[in-house]
Design a binder for this molecule. Structure first.
Ligand code: SAH
Length: 494
């Protein structure tokens, strides 16, 4: 076999990014945009010793799971990987991926895990779910100003007028900005020369509040002809905040240091509601509100986040008397939910700005029983373990929601020493989740429940919530709470 060879390939499996996998002549091939059940004419692209990458030259026999995707750009655009696969098949794929990782990496028994896994929680509507969009702005070959998305693995802009993952207002914002640029001869930023002004259009939308924020990321200090732009933007119903963000560096990082509000408020507000996990995730009246500025981290799929965090809260089994650590807490989304049902919550997060937001959000919601610390979970937690601070040393529950690389072993080791009755693990990478669960289960914990959630339809990502309990089964007695203020720790800088 050599590059560009054509051959018939049956897709029998799918990889972590949603790519099709098939075997041919003793080699395993990975094929983007091919789905389980497809028979394709494949074109060999990159060849290694016993595996390779191929392209779909022609679909010979379409998988029964194929559907007509909404977006005409779905193959070129880097945003989606599986739009042509039916939503049911996407969910089945994600659920299987979690199970396979638990078995292969975690070393758990397949039947045991199948017994503990609850059905994956899919979206009610797998389109228009994102509350945040960042469109790069550029110029096409004819000199027209375009905005859209980068093609997969490149910085070539594909003009996308209406991305079906985002809200329909995005389209209006994109058009207003690009028309205003044409009218006023304002140039888009050009990566190669470093010239031009407008880099990105950032739009955020509050699903509950219906408030909209627009932020233009610019390669300059100020916006010329801004009144014309503002007049148009503030005609959009719900427009609450318009700002500019200055980024004059030649970098892939979208946002620069400085943000300046040029119309309305510097933030939008949105709320996340607690859902009843026993009643088909019906919304309750219990909610937490958040202030979101252009740079704040905020979950991009608020509807699914409500389901995921409500499940995490159910798994925490709170009665109002518990002490809880929430590690990797971000802006305190989970922490604040927990705080309404626990005695004390301690959040740890590495990004100082996120902790500033978390504290402000606690105040906004009148929550006084949540304390937040800036630092690495693997440093803050051991330091508190060494100090004898009653409920902080031996909490009832530890919740973790780490980034894709999972928890540091020092963090897991301390969690196990703190010996909470329950550990709730929220994960965005089922491979590192499986690795960490293996550690915890070798150190006195048992998996009770596993549930996958689809936060990102049409992509290969899957979130998982897991409940672990201490294998001895003995629940802690009443916990002693500290009387004293929490003393400073060396590793905490906030
Ligand atoms: N639970 C939060 C965010 C989870 S995302 C929410 O719901 O909004 C993971 C978070 O972990 C990010 O905010 C990231 O900044 C933080 N993080 C990454 N490494 C960390 C570490 N070693 N210690 C503590 N926090 C970390």
């Amino acid at each position: 076999m050599k590059k560009n060879d054509l051959f018939e390939l049956t897709i029998t499996d799918m990889g972590t990014e949603g790519e099709g996998i098939g075997k041919y002549d003793g080699m395993t091939f990975f094929v983007k945009d091919a789905y389980m059940g497809d028979v394709i004419l494949a074109k060999a692209m990159k060849l290694k010793k016993n595996y390779g990458y191929a392209r779909v030259e022609k679909i010979l026999e379409a998988s029964p799971h194929r559907v007509e995707p909404l977006c005409p750009n779905h193959r070129r655009c880097g945003g989606c990987q599986m739009q042509a696969l039916s939503y049911e098949a996407q969910l089945a794929f994600k659920e299987r991926k979690v199970l396979e990782n638990l078995v292969r990496i975690g070393g758990f028994e397949k039947e045991d895990m199948e017994g503990k896994m609850l059905p994956i929680v899919g979206m009610d509507e797998p389109y228009r779910y994102r509350n945040k969009a960042q469109f790069p702005v550029g110029m096409d070959k004819e000199g027209n100003i375009v905005s859209g998305f980068y093609a997969a693995r490149t910085h070539q802009i594909i003009p996308v007028e209406d991305c079906f993952l985002g809200v329909s207002q995005n389209r209006l914002v994109q058009k207003i900005v690009t028309d205003w640029m044409e009218e006023n001869k304002i140039l888009p930023y050009d990566e190669a020369s470093g010239r031009g002004l407008i880099r990105h259009i950032l739009v955020r939308y509050g699903f509950d509040s219906k408030e909209i924020m627009v932020c233009l990321i610019i390669n300059g200090e100020r916006l010329p002809a801004k009144d014309g732009l503002l007049a148009k933007l503030c005609e959009i119903p719900g427009m609450t905040s318009v700002s500019i963000n200055i980024n004059q560096k030649n970098t892939n990082v979208i946002l620069g240091e400085k943000t300046e509000c040029i119309w309305g408020k510097p933030y939008i507000t949105d709320s996340i509601y607690l859902r009843d996990t026993k009643a088909d995730f019906a919304r309750t009246k219990d909610f937490v509100s958040f202030r979101i500025s252009p740079k704040s981290f905020y979950q991009v799929n608020p509807m699914q986040t409500e389901k995921l965090y409500s499940t995490a809260l159910e798994y925490a089994g709170l009665t109002g008397r518990e002490s809880v650590w929430d590690l990797y807490c971000g802006i305190g989304t989970i922490s604040l939910f927990l705080a309404k049902h626990a005695k004390m919550v301690y959040g740890v997060e590495i990004v100082p700005e996120a902790i500033t937001d978390a504290k402000a959000n606690a105040e906004l919601n009148g929550i006084t029983n949540a304390k937040f610390f800036v630092g690495k979970a693997e440093e803050v937690l051991p330091e508190f373990y060494e100090r004898d601070l009653a409920d902080m040393k031996h909490p009832n529950v530890i919740v973790v929601d780490p980034p894709r690389k999972g928890c540091d072993e020092k963090c897991l080791e301390t969690m196990q020493k703190m010996a909470p009755d329950r550990i709730v693990y929220v994960s965005c990478d089922s491979a590192t989740l499986a690795r960490d669960l293996k550690y915890l289960c070798e150190h006195g914990y048992e998996i009770k429940k596993v549930r996958a959630f689809d936060q990102f339809a049409h992509t290969g990502h899957v979130e998982t919530a897991v409940l672990l309990m201490r294998a001895t089964g003995k629940e802690k007695k009443e916990i002693n709470y500290r009387e004293e203020e929490i003393p400073d720790c060396a590793c905490i800088y906030g």
